[in-house]
Ligand binder design. Sequence first.
Ligand code: ZN
Length: 187
Amino acid sequence: MELTERYSIAHKGLKSGRYDFGFTVDGELFRAYDSPDIVDGACDVAVRMERGETTLSLDVSITGHVVVPCDRCLENCSVPVGFEGRLLVRISDEQGEYDGETMWISPADEAVDLSQYIYESIVLSLPYQRVHPDGECDPEMMKRFRIVSGEEFAAVEAQAQHESESLPDGERAKLAALRERMNDQEE
Ligand SMILES: [Zn+2]
């Protein structure tokens, strides 16, 4: 896969010390990971690497934006990305599990592939609510949403409450946001 080369750091042969790397993220990364909602994006990734004997300590900063469907009108909107994080790469014959903070590579590996880390960091850094700035939602789409009647909403809510035990936090918060919107419209 080409992508793994594009976001790789060839650490082998480098002496201990500090190094800087930069990557550019575009829509390809999100397509490669079959992102369920990011349709496009443009981000700059800056990596400061401290190379030790058996570790690479990476300070990663990601800035830019991604394009996602707006929670309010479902048309695409641009959401800023700002991420700062640290990834520790252990170079070892022993292989642990990658947990988002520590990655393990074999001493035989020439390079460390950061594509997954970068992708996940962008996804995790996105704000919970992804909406256009006020007044910039698609008016046609908004009109269609207003057709939802109070009764229809009550039915949806009742069912959701019924399922709320198994409902993930994200879904519950989305429902709360929808409820707020309904209340706004009634006023
Ligand atoms: Zn919108």
